[in-house]
Design a protein around this ligand. Structure first.
Ligand SMILES: [Fe+2]
Ligand SMILES: [Fe+2]
Length: 187
């Protein structure tokens, strides 16, 4: 495991999330951190290359937090930025390509048909990460969108249900407990 690269990326992502290019607020870092945590869990569970999944998870939204203008195509820009950083860090060429594929295909809305197990882990970790960041979603609903208690609860609940429905069948099963525990709060 290239711990040196993972440590470097944590710092790099933290710094970019604090920089002027990040328009998503402090929640962006918590989101990426949660994706890395869930990515590691899923990679272990499904026998994926853990290192590739963890590195791709830390990098998957790097373009969005660097420059809001890159958001629309952040999966494409993110793959290029990842290549640049990982090449500089002397990461294995083949693994860089796997990481790039994970970043390109992490978006539920831009899903490709055939995903490698590593790509699936990152995409699923991205979707399930909302369950680890309910306070950020509540903040978005009540503080940023100014919703009423009921509107906000519905907004967050629906967002969580949509995220869960994006998961692959295997991950749905793996996270059933998390879904049920979290959704209970909104009834
Ligand atoms: Fe993303
Ligand atoms: Fe993400």
């Amino acid at each position: 495991m290239r711990e040196d690269i993972i440590e470097y990326l944590k710092k790099e992502i933290y710094e970019r999330s604090q920089g002027p290019g990040n328009k998503f607020g402090e929640g962006a870092y918590y989101h990426i951190e949660a994706v890395a945590k869930n990515g590691e869990l899923l990679a272990k569970k499904f026998g994926a290359d853990e290192e590739v999944v963890i590195i791709a998870s830390w990098l998957h939204d790097i373009a969005s937090i660097t420059d809001i203008d890159l958001y629309e195509m952040h999966h494409i820009h993110g793959a290029s930025i990842a290549e640049e950083i990982l090449t500089k860090l002397n990461y294995d060429k083949d693994k860089i390509n796997l990481v790039k594929e994970c970043i390109k295909n992490h978006r539920g809305s831009v899903k490709m048909d055939k995903l490698t197990i590593e790509e699936q882990c990152v995409a699923d970790a991205d979707a399930i990460s909302h369950f680890d960041n309910v306070p950020s979603l509540l903040y978005l609903a009540y503080k940023q969108k100014g919703m009423s208690i009921e509107e906000g609860a519905d907004f967050v609940k629906n967002k969580l249900i949509r995220s869960y429905n994006k998961l692959s069948d295997n991950s749905k099963e793996f996270y059933t407990y998390k879904f049920n525990d979290t959704i209970k709060m909104f009834k």
